[in-house]
Design a protein around this ligand. Structure first.
Ligand code: PNS
Length: 163
């Protein structure tokens, strides 16, 4: 068994992310989900603490999975989490282009390896960005997230939160 690190901005965590966590859990046995800052996404709908709370609700019932907020680089966070491998899900070739570059940087920085898992085809269309956009317009995303996340999105938009 190895502990692996699944990083992301998770704004919010959705069922596509959960599939990646489940695959990592099945293969490696122990998973740390890390809420991290993505410099290309400066502002978010949920705060880091809220994202952790919603990610915990999403992975509920999986004793091999923990969730935390981390700062700095993914390689620093992985080391802090005691993880020897980073696991990322791939939806499209667009994902692969950037993920491959990050994986190559990460192994060059600290030697930490990245393992890619293909996302489930029936969840390939799910993204946090589209979830924020769809829910901001009052349309249900209940098929893409766990109920706690759907409720949090409804509350946030009812309170005037942006997309
Ligand atoms: O869910 P996202 O937004 O695709 O996740 C991207 C994330 C947060 C994993 C990525 O931006 C990241 O690793 N950020 C931490 C800073 C870092 O390590 N950058 C890469 C340097 S090669």
């Amino acid at each position: 068994m190895a502990t692996v690190f699944v990083p992301g901005s998770f704004d919010p965590m959705h069922l596509g992310h959960l599939d990646v966590v489940d695959q990592a859990l099945e293969i490696f046995g122990s998973v740390v989900v890390g809420v991290l800052h993505n410099p290309s996404k400066p502002s978010g709908l949920f705060t880091p603490d809220e994202r952790v709370e919603l990610a915990r609700a999403t992975v509920e019932g999986r004793p091999g999975v923990t969730v935390g907020a981390f700062s700095g680089l993914a390689v620093q966070a992985a080391a802090e989490a005691g993880a020897t491998v980073i696991v990322k899900g791939l939806r499209t070739m667009g994902d692969f282009d950037i993920e491959q570059q990050m994986a190559q940087n990460n192994v060059a920085l600290t030697g930490v390896r990245t393992v890619f898992v293909p996302c489930r085809p029936d969840r390939a269309h799910i993204s946090s960005r589209f979830i924020r956009e769809i829910s901001a317009n009052g349309v249900s995303v209940a098929h893409m997230v766990v109920p706690a996340v759907a409720e949090a999105l409804n509350r946030r938009h009812a309170a005037g939160g942006g997309s």
